[in-house]
Design a binder for this molecule. Structure first.
Ligand SMILES: NC(=O)c1ccc[n+]([C@@H]2O[C@H](COP(=O)([O-])OP(=O)(O)OC[C@H]3O[C@@H](n4cnc5c(N)ncnc54)[C@H](O)[C@@H]3O)[C@@H](O)[C@H]2O)c1
Ligand SMILES: [Zn+2]
Length: 360
């Protein structure tokens, strides 16, 4: 088991990463001095797959568990679902000392986390992420939110969990496309923040794709360390806040232009990384060859690096709508080499357009 501390003073917590750590849910929560009532929030599929194990661990440690079902995926992040959770938490007798356990992907974590952030002005939260994206990204950092009809994540709050239990064995049932999509964030972490980690991912990729538990624990644990370090330093260093957006500037634009339907988030990020890597070479920020190494590992992970299914002009247009854009120049996080990042605030639109055309 890899134990990753997130050092945030009184709001600090631990991420426990390992195959089978779900069994420790009850004892770890008891050790934190949590009250006896727990709401276990998950969609029907996850409640069926892992609800019994989570409940057994909690009940074994003396907790009373109310299982609260939410819709699967993004459908969970709606106001009606949130309001239903508040009512169900009251019905279940949750008080200020109670805890919400979010068992699921990022969508479940976001709505359950926002419920915990707001119920009785905030109660305890434990994240038990079950997708690769949630394990290496969404469960860490305390961002919670729901969507509005006009856009994603428009209402939310910062609410740090008291514990993150990251059981890599739960990834065994994750559909292949979701699993590969999560690898885009793993690869991103290595490219901009840690060359040794990137090299390790290159080597372990076949084992990861086979869902080898030792490889998964090592790589997920490594990504948790990287994200935790960013979250810890986020408050002081404004620069660092942007670094995790690598691949996401163009990735988000591709998602928007293709109506959030053609690509998963991770696939759009992979296309974004490939484009931003080529952009860095075009601008002379990165030496030739740096992009190819990024593309090779994305390709090996089964992720797309060519053919955005979106006209280059439309993608650049979508980038320009971003409020950070100024006078035909766009801000980007780029990777001068593997393991390092640089903020470039004034990338000419034309360079982005030419890069996207070359990748079409
Ligand atoms: N809070 C943050 O910092 C943060 C960061 C990144 C993304 N997000 C959010 O995360 C969401 C995306 O999360 P996601 O990619 O984890 O997907 P998701 O939560 O939408 O889940 C996708 C599907 O996978 C299924 N599933 C989950 N785990 C499974 C498992 N182990 N076995 C079988 N099926 C499983 C779910 O039932 C669901 O149908 C978005 O809403 C995004 O906004 C939040
Ligand atoms: Zn992302």
């Amino acid at each position: 088991v890899i134990d990753v501390p997130v050092r945030l003073g009184p709001r600090g917590y631990r991420i426990l990463v390992g195959a089978g750590v779900l069994d420790r849910l009850g004892p770890e929560l008891a050790a934190l001095g949590a009250g006896r009532r727990v709401a276990l929030v998950a969609d029907a599929g996850l409640l069926g797959l892992h609800g019994p194990a989570a409940t057994k661990s909690l009940e074994g440690a003396g907790f009373g568990v109310a299982a609260l079902e939410v819709p699967a995926g993004e459908e969970a992040k709606r106001l009606e679902v949130l309001a239903g959770l508040w009512e169900a938490m009251l019905d279940a007798g949750l008080d200020r000392g109670s805890t919400v356990v979010a068992l699921g992907g990022g969508a479940t974590g976001d709505v359950a986390g926002f419920a915990a952030a707001t119920y009785m002005r905030g109660i305890g939260l434990v994240q038990v992420p079950t997708t690769l994206l949630a394990q290496v990204d969404a469960s860490i950092g305390g961002k919670t939110a729901i969507d509005l009809p006009r856009g994603k994540n428009l209402v939310g709050a910062f609410h740090q969990p008291r514990l993150v239990l990251t059981d890599t064995a739960l990834l065994g049932t994750l559909p292949e496309r979701d699993f590969r999509s999560g690898l885009a964030e793993v690869i991103k972490h290595g490219i901009v923040l840690d060359a040794a980690y990137f090299a390790e991912v290159e080597v372990l990729l076949p084992a990861l794709l086979a869902r080898d538990l030792a490889a998964l624990t090592r790589v997920v644990g490594g990504s948790c360390r990287i994200k935790a370090a960013v979250v810890e330093r986020d408050a002081e260093e404004a620069e660092l806040r942007a670094v995790l957006n690598y691949g996401h500037t163009i990735g988000h634009a591709i998602e928007a232009v293709t109506g959030f339907a053609r690509w998963t988030h991770g696939e759009a990020v992979a296309l974004g990384i490939a484009a931003e890597a080529r952009l860095a070479e075009r601008l002379g920020v990165a030496a030739p060859g740096v992009a190819e190494r990024q593309e090779a590992v994305l390709r090996a992970a089964g992720l797309p690096v060519r053919g955005t299914a979106a006209p280059a002009e439309a993608v650049v247009e979508a980038l320009g709508r971003d409020k950070k854009a100024r006078d035909g120049r766009l801000p980007f996080v780029l990777a001068p080499e593997i393991g390092r990042f640089r903020l470039v605030s004034d990338v000419p639109r034309a360079a982005v357009l030419e890069t996207l055309r070359a990748l079409a």
